[in-house]
Design a protein around this ligand. Structure first.
Ligand code: C5P
Length: 241
């Protein structure tokens, strides 16, 4: 497999074409952004840790029947993925009130939700990712009803799997964001799952271990991501068949 020219560069990742038209290389940068790119820093080694965490999570999800774009890890910062047409709807699942949910509805951060809540956002930096409802998704034809239902069901399944995955390493999964793409007529999980896209709190100390450390200038961002990866390795390494 040969890496070819750059196809797309995002805020935290770059996608490269390969000599196989179905496959892309997803490269994880150290760049870290928040507030639609208004706050930006380069955090040394974040890309390596995020590639490691995302690989471990995609392998775990695939093993548990979730279809993803992940094929294999290629290097410290690169994974091979299936090329897909990204659906411009971000799916957020919440277990505990935090972030924009707390601000929008005046619910104290840390309040458990009675059941997982799924929210949809239109993926547009220019418009600051506005929250949308299914009717917007159908009206603008971002996805069909069948596709959105499948995305929702998969997101809820991923939530159950990841709650367990993190619980076993002493971490609470507060919320997370997923992106999906179309590939050979199927909707598959794409993008990344990392502490950049999840809220993760230590179960005993309630310490924040995710990108909120960067958003809120709490320091020790990469150190916290490394702590998550260390726990994943201690618990799950050697469990792969
Ligand atoms: O900001 P908000 O509370 O809506 O974020 C919910 C979850 O989605 C958080 O885990 C956040 O890190 C993630 N998210 C993301 N990318 C965005 C918006 C939110 O990864 N553009």
């Amino acid at each position: 497999m040969e890496k070819k020219e750059k196809l797309y560069e995002g805020k935290a990742k770059v996608l490269y074409k390969t000599d196989n038209k179905d496959l892309l290389v997803q490269y994880f940068k150290d760049d870290t952004t928040a507030f639609d790119g208004a706050k930006k820093e380069v955090l040394e080694d974040k890309g390596v840790i995020n590639c490691s965490i995302s690989t471990a999570i995609f392998e775990y999800l695939e093993k548990n029947g979730i279809k993803t774009h992940f094929v294999e890890r290629l290097s410290s910062r690169e994974m091979l993925v299936k090329g897909c047409e990204i659906i411009p709807v971000e799916v957020v699942v919440r277990n505990i009130a935090a972030g924009s949910f707390s601000r929008r509805y005046g619910v104290k951060e840390g309040t458990p939700l009675k059941k997982p809540l799924v929210e949809y956002f239109y993926k547009s930096d220019e418009l600051h990712d506005p929250m949308v409802c299914p009717n917007h998704v159908y009206l603008f034809e971002w996805a069909t009803k069948e596709e959105l239902e499948e995305m929702t069901n998969t997101a809820l399944k991923v939530n159950e799997l990841l709650k367990k995955f993190f619980d076993e390493i002493g971490i609470i999964l507060v919320d997370f964001k997923l992106e999906f793409g179309r590939h050979n007529g199927e909707v598959i999980l794409a993008d990344e799952i990392t502490p950049d896209s999840c809220r993760l709190w230590d179960k005993s100390s309630m310490e924040v271990l995710d990108k909120d450390r960067f958003r809120k200038d709490m320091g020790k961002v990469v150190e916290s991501y490394k702590e998550i990866y260390k726990r994943i390795m201690e618990r799950y390494e050697g469990m792969k068949e």
